[in-house]
Design a protein around this ligand. Structure first.
Ligand SMILES: *Cc1c(COP(=O)(O)O)cnc(C)c1O
Length: 232
């Protein structure tokens, strides 16, 4: 199967999941997660009109951004170190992985310098896995209240990385909990905070995530194939 065929298969499943959930296809953004994959593979998808790509490393995002068309929307989905924020605030369309006030402050500071407005998501560790980044659900509202006061950044919603499971149904509660948290926080009507984005669901579980309200799904392996970290 070619990358384009893979993409079309995923797109069909996204459409089916939307239909099943009674949602409009336009409510869900399919992000093609191109981390570790070469520019040539990204280029294969451009004729299909695909423009949302996800990367988890600053250096890789900026290197690809430099050589690819400027209308691509680059989503920063990986753990972000504060000293690298300056390289991507003006390159990423959204930073999905904000999990501390210090990181939000740094993004705000650099966004001011570059005179850009940066949409951010708060990464929540819903399942409480020790190995994961992300803030705990109980600390989320507080972080959002503090981040909302900072200039040039805007909290647009929440993101989570669900556990690796064999049966995607096992993650339904994780997605539902993230959605409930987002509804709770939206009800607080915090200034400068939108709770319109729910970034959740990956290759193994994006259909369940869509049924539970995902607005952004991040699919890597299902589109580009397995990643080989030893060769990259
Ligand atoms: C790698 C990655 C993905 C994509 O994972 P797949 O299982 O390959 O679809 C999604 N989100 C984040 C944050 C990632 O790092």
């Amino acid at each position: 199967m070619s990358i384009c065929d893979n993409y079309k298969t995923v797109e069909e499943k996204v459409q089916k999941a939307c239909a099943k959930a009674g949602r409009d296809r336009s409510e869900v953004t399919l992000i093609a997660v191109s981390k570790t994959k070469p520019v040539s593979m990204i280029e294969e998808l451009l004729p299909l009109g695909v423009r949302d790509f996800g990367e988890n490393k600053v250096q890789e995002l900026t290197a690809k951004e430099e050589v690819l068309p400027k209308d691509i929307r680059w989503h920063m989905i990986g753990h972000l170190q504060r000293n690298k924020v300056k390289y991507i605030v003006h390159k990423a369309c959204m930073i999905h992985s904000v999990d501390s006030l210090r990181l939000a402050q740094e993004i705000s500071k650099e966004a001011l310098k570059h005179e850009v407005q940066v949409p951010i998501l708060i990464e929540v560790n819903v399942a409480g896995e020790e190995s994961k980044f992300g803030i705990s659900p109980s600390e989320t509202e507080n972080l959002i209240r503090e981040a909302a006061k900072l200039p040039n950044i805007h909290v647009e919603g929440l993101m989570t990385i669900a556990p690796y499971v064999d049966d995607p149904e096992e993650n339904r509660t994780v997605f539902r909990n993230l959605r409930n948290l987002s509804v709770d926080i939206r009800g607080k009507n915090i200034d400068n905070v939108n709770m319109n984005v729910l970034s959740m669901g990956m290759t193994g579980d994006y259909e369940v995530a869509i049924e539970e309200g995902a607005t952004h799904v991040r699919v890597g392996t299902g589109i580009f194939g397995e990643r080989n970290y030893t060769l990259s």
